[in-house]
Design a binder for this molecule. Structure first.
Ligand code: URA
Length: 433
């Protein structure tokens, strides 16, 4: 086989066989296929797409490209929850302790920020001392004892995805349906969970901008997970508006803690309750209505927050800060962005909000950039709100004052203000089972 021929075959719109896909992935991980050929292949997939069969083969090839976790020592059903990526999406920090406090084991591998989207591992590292690179034996021990552990993806697990993810990030090939499906499901299937609940984002802040594409993404991931013997379900949720009010690592951790205490923003709370109830239902803890009641109780009686604090302590983090979130340091500088005219916020380009936060230092421009955990944006008004000219829209936080100008420009360019109130969209748009 020749890489050239496989690139050409895909470029011309033909389907590759499972043997061809296996050969390509094995060769890339072994270092026999250079990045420039793999980048050309990704671009061919971007334009030509892949069939469900090809995408399944690519997913399984990524899953099989390295070690696989054996979590059989963990007692009880193991659950993972994964979001396809958004802005202000701190749901994992809320949902995982809720379900762990209700007896479901959460053994979760998470990622860092990608493009304009944030990542759970970056957020957790905003908690001082929190270690995200635990040995597998410790990871399993914490899941058994506390019910929850979240770590970064180990280098040995699905190494093909690590390589492809970094390559796609710099070659404008992230937002391709088969590449997203195989990236997410390849690494999820290499971890040994029984149930996987997906939060598939749709709209301006997600990688898939239309509901139709997001539904296809959800259906393919659910189907491929089932083919691998997993219990699967997906929610399709709106990312046309940032989730909650906080964007940026420390700010998001604090908002997640407030949500665990029952004081969170309405949209974030609604989504976290729904995701948690679906996870519990999938793990056979009762009907959806019963599970929803249990979730609300776990928030009201403080057991979800306690579980989060315990999990943080078990991973070396300062659990005191979880109980007193005002301890998280504020950025050196803050800057108020105000409305340039009076009217309703009719829509926002959520990706633009993610980029504005990145410009303030909350994300990376190159893969070696250091994150400023205290940087980010706190929104005072969101889509549907009426603002008077000069009223605050957002407070920006950064460690250097000179970062505010371009971030403000990006945020205002991404905010449409008009005379008519927009029609409110539901947050949860569909459920795929
Ligand atoms: N998250 C992933 O893990 N991979 C993608 O390709 C996109 C989002």
């Amino acid at each position: 086989m020749r890489t050239y021929d496989l690139i050409q075959k895909k470029r011309d719109g033909n389907a590759l066989t499972q043997e061809e896909i296996d050969w390509l992935i094995r060769g890339y991980v072994a270092g026999n296929i250079p990045d420039y050929q793999m980048a050309a292949f990704c671009m061919a997939v971007y334009f030509q797409g892949m069939t469900l069969e090809e995408t399944t083969a690519l997913t399984f090839a990524i899953r099989d490209s390295g070690d696989k976790l054996d979590l059989s020592e963990i007692k009880g059903l193991r659950v993972d929850k994964h979001s396809t990526g958004g802005v202000g999406d701190k749901t994992s920090l809320v949902v995982t302790p809720i379900v762990a406090s209700l007896g479901v084991k959460v053994a979760k591998m998470s990622g860092r920020g990608l493009g304009h989207t944030g990542g759970t591992i970056d957020k957790l590292e905003a908690i001082p001392g929190f270690k995200t690179d635990l040995p597998v034996s410790e990871f399993k021990k914490i899941v058994n004892e506390v019910g929850l552990s979240i770590v970064g993806q180990s280098a040995e697990l699905a190494p093909a995805d690590k390589l492809l993810y970094a390559l796609r990030d710099v070659t404008a090939t992230v937002d391709s349906l088969p590449l997203i499906v195989s990236s997410i499901m390849g690494k999820k299937l290499a971890a040994d969970d029984d149930c996987i609940v997906l939060d598939v984002k749709t709209g301006s802040g997600s990688f898939m901008k239309t509901l139709e594409k997001s539904r296809e993404l959800a259906e393919w991931m659910v189907e491929i997970g089932k083919r691998a013997g997993k219990r699967m379900m997906a929610l399709i949720t709106d990312m046309g508006i940032p989730l909650g009010y906080a964007i940026g690592n420390s700010l998001e951790v604090v908002e997640a803690i407030e949500t665990l205490k029952g004081n969170g923003p309405k949209d974030l709370t609604e989504l976290c309750v729904a995701l948690s109830a679906h996870i519990l239902e999938l793990a056979e803890k009762g009907s959806y209505a019963e599970c929803e009641l249990k979730v609300r109780e776990a928030i009201d009686n403080g057991s979800a927050l306690k579980t989060f604090a315990k999990a943080v302590a078990a991973q070396g983090g300062n659990a005191e800060w979880i109980l007193t979130p005002e301890s998280f340091p504020k950025a050196k500088y803050s800057y108020l962005v105000t409305a340039p005219e009076s009217g309703y916020i009719t829509s926002v380009n959520t990706e633009g909000y993610g980029v504005a936060s990145l410009l303030l230092g909350a994300g990376r421009n190159t893969k070696d950039d250091e994150i400023d955990f205290s940087a980010g944006i706190y929104l005072h008004a969101k889509t549907g709100d009426y603002v008077e000219k000069g009223a605050p829209i957002a407070t920006m936080y950064a460690s250097k004052q000179e970062l505010f100008a371009s971030a403000e420009e990006k945020l205002l360019d991404s905010t449409a203000i008009g005379k008519t109130a927009p029609i409110a969209q539901p947050l949860i748009l569909d459920v795929v089972e």
